[in-house]
Design a protein around this ligand. Sequence first.
Ligand SMILES: NC(=O)c1ccc[n+]([C@@H]2O[C@H](COP(=O)([O-])OP(=O)(O)OC[C@H]3O[C@@H](n4cnc5c(N)ncnc54)[C@H](OP(=O)(O)O)[C@@H]3O)[C@@H](O)[C@H]2O)c1
Length: 345
Amino acid sequence: MISKNKFISDPEGVNPDKIPAKRLYTGDEIPVIGLGTFGSDHVSADQVAMAVRQAILLGYRHIDCASVYGNEHKIGPVLSELMEGGLERKELWMTSKVWNNMHGEGQVIESCKKSLSDLRLDYLDLYLVHWPFPNHHAAGVDVGSRDPDAVPYIHDNFMKTWRQMETLVETGLVRNIGTSNMTIPKLELVLRDAKIKPSCNEMELHPHFQQQEFFNYVVGKGIIPIGYSPVGSPARPERDRSPEDTADIEDPVIVEIAGRLNVHPAVVCIKWAVQRGQVPIPFSANRDNILSNLKSVVSEPLTDKEMELLAGIDRNCRLIKGQVFLWPDARGWEDLWDPDGEIAD
Ligand SMILES: NC(=O)c1ccc[n+]([C@@H]2O[C@H](COP(=O)([O-])OP(=O)(O)OC[C@H]3O[C@@H](n4cnc5c(N)ncnc54)[C@H](OP(=O)(O)O)[C@@H]3O)[C@@H](O)[C@H]2O)c1
């Protein structure tokens, strides 16, 4: 019989009890590291499901899913199998997200129910609005692809979507709700008008893109920042690559710290993330990398000096610019991110 919270069949794994957690304003606790599940259009749904299986066996208890990743129906059977083997649902933190083409009346609830059924769960720990726009793109499109019906952020419409998120909490299908790909002015309005405030905000965060002002804002509002692309998304799709992008894992400061610790530079990025205070959700389909990323949370921390050096290498390099979500009159991808502190229209 496998005892509670000790479901590690891989002897090299980390005891999940040793992984710290952060407390949300709702009282729930989210493990400080999760496994991402976006296969970047080249890792198959089966391979991602296998990665989830390995991750849980190695001691992960937090999985970041989304309907648009196209693999929840493969992850569900893995979760069922592990739970039949003794893993308890309450040990896991499961996140999913509503995609942009399901913001309309009734659709958020429909989409959540579909994710629950695909994941074979009866509740989610966290449900996020993936992007604050109802602008759709099909899987695998290139950077020039546009949704002809794309629109800028329309707060009244977002709140209609958010009301459905609140209903999901009220009906017990979801324990916590949150936002993703937001900006300060947009979140300011949501915090003003929400009945149930977001408890987490998922945002791009890595050493070359630290978003210090937004990070401080989120933390100051009692919201947990979940950091996506924490390693700098080295295998991201072509549509998310630009010539001016920089590579965190090639940064000399990161490479040098990795040398001292005898780890891959990716591990330094994850250590930095957790020590700074966000919850990174690195993706990996490679067992050794999945394990090193988890171990990074329980091994020797970065020194204060190293944290200071890492704070100094921010390049303001946003990788996931979101070009495919632009509306016809938008000036450029920057408009998605309100660089002037006002919501672009
Ligand atoms: N909310 C949003 O809009 C949004 C947007 C983007 C991403 N996300 C979420 O964030 C997750 C992570 O972001 P991401 O997938 O873009 O990028 P990422 O986690 O920064 O990078 C993943 C890549 O890094 C490599 N890697 C990971 N750990 C490594 C290690 N220890 N050593 C060497 N290489 C390592 C992986 O290769 P191997 O497979 O070979 O290890 C993989 O190619 C996604 O999966 C998704 O769940 C959310």
